[in-house]
Design a protein around this ligand. Structure first.
Ligand SMILES: [Zn+2]
Length: 72
């Protein structure tokens, strides 16, 4: 769990540095805080999985990465 951050071009804020969507934010576009946006679902699941155990986290991270690649 990290300090919430967001960027103007996304509708959600992120709370996990490993979020594939959060990683697409360039350093210059990154804003601190929630920006009045909804919480990112990827981050929610990443945080939840990281709290529980590392095994599930690996699976979820791979699924998220595959999903991200489809949007390219
Ligand atoms: Zn996120």
């Amino acid at each position: 769990m990290t300090t919430p951050f967001h960027c103007l071009s996304q509708l959600v804020y992120h709370t996990n540095e490993d979020c594939p969507q959060g990683k697409t934010i360039e350093a210059g576009d990154r804003q601190q805080g929630k920006g009045g946006k909804a919480g990112c679902l990827c981050c929610y699941h990443l945080n939840k999985a990281q709290q529980k155990n590392g095994g599930r986290y690996g699976i979820i991270k791979r699924l998220l990465t595959e999903k991200q690649q489809q949007t390219y």
